[in-house]
Design a binder for this molecule. Sequence first.
Ligand code: AMP
Length: 546
Amino acid sequence: MNAHMMDVPLLISSLIKFADRYHGNTEIVTRTVEGPIHRYTYSEAHRRSKTLANALANLGVKKGDRIATLAWNTHRHLEIYYGVSGSGVICHTVNPRLFLEQIAYIINHAGDCCLFFDLTFSPIVEKLAPLLQHVNHYILMSDKSNLQKSNVPNLLCYEEILSQASTEFAWPDLDEKTDSSLCYTSGTTGNPKGVMYQHRTTILHSYAAAMPDALNLSARDVILPVVPMFHANAWGLPYAAALTGAKLVLPGAGMDGASLFELFEKEKVTLSAGVPTIWMGLVSHLKDKNLKFSTLKRTVIGGSAVPPAMTRSFEKDYNVEVIHAWGMTEMSPLGTVSSLKNKHLSLDREEQLAIKDKQGRAIFGVDLKIVDDNGVELPWDGKAFGELLVRGPWILNNYFRNEKNDSLRKDSDGLDWFPTGDVATIDPEGFMQITDRAKDVIKTGGEWISSIDLENTAVSHPDVIEAAVIAVYHPKWDERPLLIAVKKQGATVSKKELIEFFKDKVAKWWIPDDVVFVNELPHTATGKLQKNKLREEYANYKLPIS
Ligand code: AMP
């Protein structure tokens, strides 16, 4: 084969090297877990990432080993992203919101040899340590003054191991297909499954994420990822920020509306990203205190369906553009973004917003199709819905340590596709819309009802803050929708009024049969509605039969 072009591997270390060289004095600001604001630059982050790489070697960590983190979005976590992966070690970010047994399972399954954690998670680590089979070193991500606040035995201190290591380090010239980071996805059934990313897949995904029709990132941005660095690598933003040279603002443990708003304003944030539940907290803080953003231009919302009412509130009340994105941990995670095409610019505002309510069109690199129960591709007419399959260079091939190697499905052309478990439509312009998770669809008399559509309608009622719709048993129709809703404080809407509200908004046979009001709804560790829990709770619910 002729080699007329350079063979330069796509490596994670090249991102931080680039950011140091071309954006060296651009800031990275952290609200630390200990409290004060920490401020430094890409150059310093690069230097400390290299020092960490040396510190890891001093601890006996070798290429291919896995190290775990239980940590918020902070500068130290960022140094771990680069120092660990850059040196050929695998950075395994663990979701601290999972149950203790799940965390122990994940760390043991990954075979992690070190555990880096924030002070906040010290009580978890104290309980976790006796359950962990392979962890040799526990490292508190703080300075020495906080070491005595944790009772984890033989605890090492992050700042101390760094101070003892050399700052001189040459990033190894790895094969770009080397494993780089690991993230477990917690399915609603069975054990969590590991998704192992590679250097190459991470870089390609970062390029794609930065594109104008994706997250539209640049060196003029100040990015505050609210999405945690343990949720699908904060949707790739810590990498894409370095790739574009954007200023990065990391909120630490302060995820409440007031703390976030303060940081948005002080650091002049232009772009943020997070799941709808986080924005509910922030928007209600803004409403209560009658505040407006002064610099925020765009916010990426994904992880679960964005209620249309939320998009309208951001766009109309706060003049902030919503970037509705869909993806999965298995997809690094970005798959589609709902950005308009040139032909949509002449539409009126409501028509444009209706397009943005969809999960969007594929970004280059991701291919989508919807199929029926026999695997036959369905038309892109915006109406037919079926299981959504994806393929592409940053999409999972096989779950980590899955010996059955059965994560993909072959189509009749012999191509491998990853079945997402989502049910969707695709319109003639290629805009995909999720109607449900396959297991959340309500099957009534042989027809399907989208629980997401019903939830969106419910939260467009001024008295409803959050809603979940689940299928419950019906003797005639098999399943019928039950709406479980959280009312705004002091709101008086009745069951009957809420059911009436659905008339003319959805097909008659879609209207929920009954409503239950609750104080709060259960969420998963990544902020999604936990419908399996609701299904268990309401398994014997008796609908009013008319
Ligand atoms: P996770 O890997 O935990 O981020 O979960 C991925 C799943 O979240 C997807 O398969 C979807 O079911 C759901 N999801 C992510 N983004 C969206 C979105 N914009 N709208 C609806 N569901 C979404």
